[in-house]
Design a protein around this ligand. Structure first.
Ligand code: TYM
Length: 328
């Protein structure tokens, strides 16, 4: 049997070059390798305050970006998480098998909640990994392609699968994460010691930025002292991040990328990084715009939800049986 590959993206904020390099741009290739299930994690988007209209728009954007990344809707299953109610139903069961202590230790929860007033931290933000684990095991997933920041969430899913199967027998499939060798963690252009994330307008390249802005942002990215274009994340985080972007976007290794810039100055190097990003992003953006205009995502999402539901129902039934819920 071929591998089942699943991933999701949250429709919060605008998608960044980090999302693109970390995951989006690799998905079309994945679909040649196994059975692909990709979704818009719209329920997850509610874990932090978001305007209804923004959520609607972001979801449409994200569906269109997925398709613009070259996914063939006949080959992959693409849908909205909220269209397949089994995600929430499985969540209601699995929440009893992840515990307060381990959830409190999740880096993403600690990062996000530490910036908030305690009275504004919703239960959904805390329990985020339970829903994510439900997303994954619902489809008997083998491989979860993600960026580095999501590894911990896949690891806790594996803990849950172990715990659940020890208690009830071999009910859930054990998933594995997969990160890119180059580009699993793209850093902010304004502060290369922190991750590029959807909520950092200064250091982000957004997938909807016009090409002039993209070039400007890259040309003014923070660099480091010295003049050599060398990969050294500790001492040269800015240059190393740009090298990673260049390597990932031109499908080269870091060593090959370094060779392209021996004896070159920072200015020349940045121009080359901007060129390689724009060369790919410009046609990608055009495809995205066409899809938004002709609304071809609507049918894809509907068909995708039906296909996903058929698989999800079977898993949920198996879990019901295992824990003693009557399937009547
Ligand atoms: P999200 O929406 O924050 O990010 C989507 C994907 O992009 C990756 N990513 C990055 N990769 C490289 N460099 C960066 N700077 C960067 N920033 C983000 C993320 O690692 C992610 O793979 N919890 C998930 C969504 C989700 C999910 C799932 C994923 C919900 N259920 C089940 C896999 C399986 C999230 O918030 O990703």
């Amino acid at each position: 049997m071929s591998e089942r590959i699943l991933t999701g993206i949250k429709p919060t904020g605008q998608l960044t070059l980090g999302n693109y390099i970390g995951v989006l741009r690799n998905l079309a290739k994945m679909s040649e390798r196994g059975e692909c299930i990709f979704f818009i994690a719209d329920l997850h988007a509610l874990t932090l305050p978001i305007e209804p209209e923004t959520l609607r728009q972001n979801s449409i954007d994200l569906a269109s970006f997925y398709l613009a990344a070259g996914l063939d809707p006949n080959k992959v299953t693409l849908f909205l998480q909220s269209s397949v109610s089994e995600h929430a139903e499985l969540n209601a069961i699995l929440q009893n098998y992840l515990y307060f202590g381990e959830l409190s230790r999740m880096t993403q929860f600690k990062d996000k909640s530490s910036k908030m007033n305690e009275s504004a931290i919703g239960l959904g933000l805390f329990a985020y990994p339970v829903l994510m684990a439900s997303d994954i095991v619902l489809y008997d997933t083998d491989i979860v392609p993600v960026g580095e920041d999501q590894i911990q969430h896949v690891e806790i899913t594996r803990d849950l699968v172990n715990r659940f199967n020890n208690r009830y027998g071999k009910v859930l499939k054990m998933p594995k994460y997969e990160v890119r060798k180059v580009g699993a963690r793209i850093m902010s252009l304004s502060d290369p010691t922190v991750k590029m994330s959807k909520s950092d307008p200064k250091g982000d390249i957004f997938l909807k930025d016009d090409m002039k802005t993209v070039r400007k942002k890259i040309m003014s990215a923070v660099t480091d002292t010295g003049s050599e274009v060398k990969y050294d994340p500790e001492n040269k985080p800015g240059i190393s991040n740009l090298l990673t972007i260049y390597a990932a976007m031109s499908d080269k290794s870091i060593e090959e990328a370094e060779k392209d810039f021996v004896g070159k100055r920072y200015g020349e190097f940045k121009t080359a990084v901007a060129d390689v990003v724009i060369k790919e992003l410009e046609p990608f953006q055009q495809r995205y715009q066409e899809i938004v205009n002709n609304k071809s995502y609507e049918k894809v999402l509907k068909d995708g939800a039906n296909k996903a539901k058929a698989i999800a129902k079977e898993t949920l039934k198996r879990v019901h049986d295992a824990v003693g819920l009557l399937n009547i």
